[in-house]
Design a protein around this ligand. Structure first.
Ligand code: H79
Length: 437
C-alpha cells in the first residue's frame, strides 16, 4: 500500500484538522441512521443471515423479495429533514455483503440486480434536503471467502483488506463530498494493526480531507459510538446510535413491532441526554424491502420534527457539558444550557396543572424566563436558592408531545448547586426559615 505513515504521525495529522472537521458535527446533535439491505426482506433483523442460519445460496434468494422502489432514498431524506435531522448515514454494505452501489469490486450489488445505485440516489437526496452525508461500511462480510479466515491467515487478510479498501475508495471517490465514514464490526481482528487502519484511513482521508471517521476500525479516530445506550463520553466527541424499537436495526413487521417503537417523547429524552453531555443521537429507521419507511416510525418522527421546529434552540448547537447533577431542575424536568451557562433550558416533562412550580438549588436568579415554544413571559421570584414560577398556564403549553421548555436567561453564568441527599446539605446557602431547620 502506498502512503504508509506511523500511528504517531497519523495522530498528529488528524488532530491538526480535527476542530475544523468536527465543527458541523458538534452542532448537529441529531442524525438519521438508515439500515437498508437484503436483510429487510428477511424481516428478522439485519443479522438474519447468521442468526437464522441461511446458507449463502439461500440468502441470495432475498434478492427476489428485495425490490427498491423508485425514489426511496428521497423518501428517507425528506422524512429525516422533516424530523429535524441534520445528517443521515446509510448502510452501504452491511455484514451480509450486499453493496448498495455500482461496485466494480463487489459484483453482489444493487446495480447488477436492479440497475440501481442506491448510494448515488441517497447522496443526491441528502444534498437536496441539505443533510450531511454519512456512509456506513462494515468490516465484516459473510460472503467473502477471506473474511473469516483472515483471523490467522495473513494472505487471506491481505486480500480481504484490499477488498475493503477498494470498496471504500469507490465510496469516497465516486459521489462527491462525503462527511462521515461509519465503520462497523471490526471483528475478528482485535487490533488496528491487523486491520491496517492507520494506513487505510490515511489514504481515505486524502480522498476526503474533511471526512469524519468513527471509532470502529479499532482506533479512537474522531468520535465514539455507544450503541443502544445513550452513554456520554466525558472528554471526547461521541454519537449514540439507537434502534427505533430496542430490538432490531433491520426492518421488522410494522404492526407487530409497534408496541416497542419509541415515541417522540422517548426520543426527546435521548436527545436531551445528548445535548447535556456534548453528544449526538443517530436514530435508526429500517426501511421495508421496497425501501419505504416503516409506518410505525413516521408519526413519532413527524412529531419530533414539529417539536424541534419550536424548541430546537434547547437541543441543537454547542452546549455546556453538564456532568451529573450540575444545573439540574427538578424530578420532572432536566436542563440543557448554553456554553456560557447564561441560558438554561428546562425540559419539563410533566406540566404542573396548579399553575406554579419551583426549582431548588439556584444560587443565582435569572433576569428573564420564557416558555420557549410560545415566547410567553413567565413570572417568577427567587428566594434563597429557590426559584418559584407563578401564574403559569394551567394547560401544558407544548401541543406537539407535552414537553415544554422553559428558557431562563441570566446576566452571569447560572450558579447552581444540587444537594444530593438532604436539603440541609446545600453549602453556603441561607437555610431560611422552614427549610430544613
Ligand atoms: O448495524 C448494527 C448492528 O447490526 C451492528 N452495529 C449496528 C450499528 C452490530 N454488529 N454487531 N454488533 C452490532 C455487536 C454484535 C456482537 C455480537 Fe458477537 C455478535 C456478540 C455475539 C455475536 C462479535 C461477534 C462478538 C462475537 C461474535
Amino acid at each position: 500500500m502506498e502512503n504508509r505513515i506511523t500511528p504517531e504521525e497519523y495522530k498528529a495529522f488528524t488532530k491538526e484538522s480535527k476542530d475544523r472537521r468536527m465543527e458541523w458535527f458538534r452542532n448537529a446533535r441529531f442524525g438519521m441512521f438508515i439500515h437498508y439491505g437484503l436483510f429487510a426482506a428477511a424481516e428478522t433483523g439485519e443479522w438474519a443471515q447468521l442468526w437464522d442460519g441461511y446458507t449463502i445460496k439461500e440468502y441470495e434468494k432475498m434478492t427476489e423479495k428485495f425490490c427498491p422502489k423508485e425514489g426511496c432514498a428521497e423518501e428517507w431524506c425528506k422524512l429525516a429533514k422533516e424530523a429535524g435531522a441534520k445528517y443521515a448515514v446509510l448502510t452501504t454494505r452491511h455484514h451480509e455483503g450486499f453493496s448498495l452501489w455500482n461496485s466494480k469490486v463487489n459484483s453482489f450489488n444493487s446495480y447488477n440486480y436492479y440497475g440501481r445505485d442506491i448510494v448515488k440516489e441517497f447522496v443526491e437526496a441528502c444534498r437536496k434536503y441539505d443533510l450531511r452525508i454519512g456512509l456506513y461500511s462494515s468490516l465484516m462480510d459473510w460472503r467473502h471467502p477471506d473474511a473469516w479466515k483472515c483471523m490467522d491467515d495473513e494472505e487471506a487478510r491481505a486480500r480481504f483488506l484490499q477488498y475493503i479498501e477498494d470498496m471504500n475508495v469507490e465510496l469516497l471517490s465516486n459521489y462527491g463530498k462525503i462527511d462521515i465514514l461509519w465503520y462497523d464490526m471490526p471483528w475478528p481482528q482485535m487490533s488496528s494493526k491487523n486491520w491496517d487502519s492507520v494506513n487505510r484511513n490515511y489514504k481515505l482521508r486524502q480522498l476526503q480531507p474533511d471526512i469524519l471517521i468513527n471509532n470502529r476500525s479499532r482506533m479512537a479516530e474522531d468520535f465514539f459510538t455507544p450503541e443502544e445506550s445513550v452513554s456520554p463520553e466525558k472528554d471526547a466527541d461521541w454519537e449514540a446510535c439507537m434502534t427505533f424499537n430496542g430490538i432490531s436495526w433491520g426492518y421488522l413487521d410494522e404492526d407487530q413491532v409497534l408496541p416497542y417503537t419509541y415515541s417522540a417523547n422517548q426520543v426527546l429524552r435521548m436527545l436531551r441526554t445528548c445535548a447535556r453531555a456534548g453528544g449526538n443521537l443517530l436514530l435508526n429507521i429500517g426501511p421495508k424491502p421496497d425501501g419505504s419507511v416503516p409506518k410505525d416510525a413516521v408519526e413519532p418522527l413527524q412529531k419530533l420534527g414539529a417539536w424541534l421546529r419550536d424548541n430546537g434552540e434547547a437541543a441543537y448547537g454547542l452546549k455546556a457539558r453538564l456532568d451529573g447533577n450540575e444545573v439540574g431542575a427538578n424530578q420532572i424536568g432536566h436542563c440543557t444550557a448554553s456554553v456560557d451557562k447564561k441560558t438554561v433550558y428546562v425540559w419539563e416533562y410533566v406540566w404542573p396543572k396548579a399553575g406554579k412550580m419551583s426549582f431548588g438549588g439556584y444560587l443565582s436568579a435569572p433576569k428573564k424566563i420564557t416558555i420557549l415554544g410560545t415566547g410567553e413571559n413567565v413570572e417568577f421570584e427567587h428566594v434563597g436558592h429557590r426559584l418559584t414560577l407563578k401564574n403559569l398556564p394551567t394547560e401544558c403549553p407544548d401541543k406537539h408531545v407535552g414537553i415544554t421548555v422553559l428558557k431562563m436567561e441570566f446576566d452571569e453564568p447560572c450558579q447552581y448547586q444540587f444537594s444530593s441527599y438532604y436539603p440541609q446539605m446545600l453549602n453556603g446557602v441561607d437555610k431560611s426559615e422552614g427549610y430544613g431547620n
